[in-house]
Ligand binder design. Structure first.
Ligand SMILES: Cc1cc2nc3c(=O)[nH]c(=O)nc-3n(C[C@H](O)[C@H](O)[C@H](O)COP(=O)(O)OP(=O)(O)OC[C@H]3O[C@@H](n4cnc5c(N)ncnc54)[C@H](O)[C@@H]3O)c2cc1C
Length: 305
């Protein structure tokens, strides 16, 4: 098995993200005694999505999401912190006050060995000089550090560890949020002997009759053909920096994304080239993480998350 990443680091926007995934009826919630049947999350989605609600897609998420979490917990280095105290965004019918999200558990980057150099560092704006703060309990301690002795002690220990890691390894090794998610996936893949290639840009899919049988990949300026025995998974991250497709999806307003500029929608183009159909409607939109464009002195603007 081989994973090809066109940049010189793995992770894309996932490594920048907060890493929270909305999965009702997830195993960590069940273990804490939060048990609900599928009707409530369906009702919530119906209320939130209105005309965009698609029963089959909602079913797939609500039925298979918990099984996906269970699979990762059982077979990989990925384990989760619960969102049992994180409520749904809105208080419409079917909303819950917690238990519907999970996030990767913080990870010690030293476990990656040399592979840590291939992990995209967290987004600067979401760190204190390179030290990322995990959502949930960690963040709560930082917010209460001047009011609560336990929180002050927690924050002191975090700064001390960060200083040591920066001195010893040139970066924080206490990985959190999306950075921990990618690190745990990298560790799992490496443990299983998956070949992990950076600087490897997929440029085309190879079609053999009705089947996609491989891909053409450019590595260090040389073109390789990779034949797949079992299958090819496109995971190129939607089209946040493909202006043409963006304009199709968000015709009513300009759209900016915090994703790295190199997420140019390659997967969508490769799929189309072998006969797939591009669906640019909002229901299918893959233009992740809208942000605000904040005017700055001097007439320039800067993206803010
Ligand atoms: C600051 C921030 C916070 C966020 N917080 C959350 C959150 O809490 N919860 C949530 O659900 N979502 C969140 N998001 C959105 C979420 O991160 C993205 O939707 C998600 O990470 C997209 O993941 P993906 O698997 O599609 O791949 P991506 O993470 O987009 O990765 C795609 C990878 O494919 C590579 N690639 C592209 N083209 C090629 C090619 N031709 N050949 C080889 N490699 C290629 C890219 O370089 C990239 O590394 C956040 C986003 C940001 C920026």
């Amino acid at each position: 098995m081989i994973v090809c990443e066109k940049e010189d680091v793995f992770g894309g926007p996932t490594a920048w993200s907060s890493g929270w995934t909305w999965i009702p009826r997830n195993p960590p919630a069940k273990r804490a005694g939060i048990v609900e049947d599928a009707d409530a999350p369906h009702t919530y989605l119906k209320n939130e999505l209105g005309a965009h609600y698609d029963a089959a897609k909602a079913d797939a998420l609500i039925e298979h999401g918990p099984r996906m979490v269970e699979f990762f917990e059982r077979h990989t280095a990925l384990c989760f912190i619960d969102g049992n105290r994180i409520p749904d965004f809105h208080t419409t019918q079917g909303a819950a006050t917690g238990g519907r999200s999970v996030c990767a558990m913080p990870f010690d980057g030293r476990e990656l060995g040399a592979l840590i150099g291939k992990l995209r560092p967290p987004l600067e704006e979401m760190t204190i000089k390179g030290m990322a703060i995990a959502s949930g309990q960690d963040l709560a301690h930082f917010l209460n550090a001047t009011r609560n002795a336990r929180s002050a002690w927690h924050v002191t220990k975090r700064f001390a560890a960060f200083a040591w890691h920066a001195l010893r390894h040139g970066r924080s090794m206490h990985l959190v949020n999306g950075n921990a998610l990618v690190a745990r996936l990298l560790k799992s893949a490496a443990d299983r002997g998956v070949q992990l290639k950076t600087g490897a840009k997929a440029v085309a899919l190879i079609r053999d009759g009705k089947r996609v049988s491989g891909a053409r990949v450019e590595i260090d300026g040389v073109m390789y053909t990779i034949e797949a025995r079992r299958g090819v998974v496109l995971a190129c991250g939607g089209y946040p920096h493909d202006p043409k497709r963006q304009a199709q999806t968000f015709a009513y307003t300009p759209h900016w994304s915090a994703a790295p500029k190199t997420n140019t929608g390659d997967g969508t183009g490769m799929g189309e080239a072998v006969g797939a159909r591009f669906d640019g409607t909002l229901e299918a939109a893959a233009a992740w993480a809208p942000v605000s464009l904040v005017p700055e002195a001097g007439g320039t603007s800067r993206l803010r998350i």
